[in-house]
Design a binder for this molecule. Structure first.
Ligand code: MN3
Ligand code: MN3
Length: 319
C-alpha cells in the first residue's frame, strides 16, 4: 500500500525558522532588471585594460558558481529535507540563484562587447582553478550516497567562502565610489547569500547536534580538511586573477575572513587568525551595508527597502 500524499500546511509549522526564512526571503525579493546599470558606463570607461579584465572575469567566475547553485545545489539539498516548508524555502533559494546567475549577464551586456562576453564565457568554462572549485562542490552534490550533512557543508562553503574572491572587486570599487550600480547588484546578492548561509548552516547544526561524539569528530575532520583543500585552490585562483592588480594579499585576507564565517554558520570554530580588523577597511565598508541582517532570526535586519533599489545615485554610497 502506498502512503498518502501530504499537502503542505502553513498553519502547522514544524520549525519556525522555515517560516521566518520564507518571510525574510520573499520580503527581500529583487530582479536585476530594476538596477540602472548603464549609469556605471562613465566609471567603466575610466578603468585601464587590466582592471577591466579583472572585473569581467570575476563576474565570469561568479556566474559559474551561481549556475551550480541553481542547477545542482538546491535540487541536491531538497532530497534531505526534514519538513515540507524546508522544501518551499529551498525552492525560493533555487529561483534566486537563477536570478543571481542571470544578473551577471546583465552587467556584461551593459559593460562588455559581444566578443568580450564570448571570451569571458570560454574562460569560465575552461579555467583550471575555477573549474576545480565548481567540480569539487558538484561531485558532492551529485553523489546520491553522499552524507546529507556533507552536502550542506559544501553549500555553505560555496556561498559563504568561495564567492568572496569574486565579491572583493565590486566591493573595492563601491568603497571608492565607482561602479555603484554594479555594486548594488552584488549587495543584493550578498544580502540573499547571508540568509542562505545562515539557514542552511542552521539546518546542518540541527542534525549535527544529534550525532554522537565520534560521528561529530569524524565530520569535523572531513569539514576542516575539505575547507583547507578549497582554500589551497582558492590561493591559486586569487593569484591568477589578481596578481596584475597587486590586490592578491588583500583578497586572500578577505577570503580567509569569510572562510571563518562559513565555519561560524556551521556552528564551528574559526580556522584562520584573520578577523574583520585585518580586512581592507574600504572593502569592509562595502560589505557592512549588506550583512547587517546576519541576525535576521531576531528580526534585527537593516530594513532595506525595495524602493531604494530602483534609483541609486552616488550619494547613497558616501562612506
Ligand atoms: Mn547565489
Ligand atoms: Mn545562495
Amino acid at each position: 500500500m502506498t502512503e498518502n500524499y501530504k499537502a503542505i500546511n502553513w498553519n502547522a509549522i514544524d520549525d519556525q525558522i522555515d517560516k521566518a526564512t520564507w518571510e525574510k526571503l520573499t520580503e527581500q525579493f529583487w530582479l536585476d532588471t530594476r538596477i540602472p546599470l548603464s549609469n556605471d558606463l562613465s566609471d567603466w570607461r575610466e578603468l585601464d585594460d587590466d582592471h577591466k579584465w579583472v572585473v569581467a572575469h570575476v563576474f565570469g567566475g561568479l556566474t559559474l558558481l551561481d549556475t551550480l547553485q541553481s542547477q545542482e545545489g538546491m535540487a541536491s539539498l531538497r532530497h534531505d529535507v526534514k519538513t515540507q516548508h524546508e522544501t518551499a524555502v529551498l525552492n525560493n533559494i533555487q529561483f534566486m540563484e537563477s536570478v543571481h546567475a542571470k544578473s551577471y549577464s546583465s552587467i556584461f551586456s551593459t559593460l562588455n562587447t559581444p566578443d568580450e562576453i564570448e571570451e569571458v564565457f570560454n574562460w569560465t568554462d575552461t579555467e583550471e582553478f575555477l573549474q576545480n572549485k565548481a567540480i569539487k562542490i558538484e561531485s558532492i552534490y551529485s553523489d546520491p550516497l553522499m552524507d546529507p550533512l556533507k552536502k550542506k557543508i559544501a553549500s555553505v562553503f560555496l556561498e559563504t567562502f568561495l564567492f568572496y574572491s569574486g565579491f572583493y572587486t565590486p566591493l573595492y570599487y563601491l568603497g571608492h565610489n565607482k561602479l555603484a550600480n554594479v555594486a548594488e547588484i552584488i549587495k543584493l546578492i550578498l544580502r540573499d547569500e547571508s540568509v542562505h548561509g545562515t539557514y542552511i548552516g542552521y539546518k546542518f547544526q540541527v542534525s549535527f547536534n544529534q550525532l554522537d561524539d565520534s560521528k561529530k569528530q569524524e565530520l569535523k575532520d572531513w569539514m576542516y580538511d575539505f575547507l583547507y583543500q578549497l582554500y589551497s585552490n582558492e590561493e591559486n585562483y586569487t593569484h591568477m586573477l589578481y596578481d596584475q592588480t597587486g590586490w592578491t594579499e588583500d583578497v586572500l585576507t578577505f577570503i580567509r575572513y569569510n572562510a571563518n564565517k562559513a565555519l561560524m554558520n556551521l556552528g564551528q570554530d574559526p580556522l584562520f587568525p584573520d578577523t574583520a580588523e585585518n580586512v581592507n577597511p574600504v572593502v569592509m565598508n562595502g560589505i557592512s551595508t549588506t550583512t547587517a541582517n546576519h541576525d535576521f532570526f531576531s528580526q534585527v535586519g537593516n530594513g532595506y527597502l525595495l524602493g531604494n533599489v530602483e534609483a541609486m545615485n552616488d550619494s547613497d554610497y558616501d562612506i
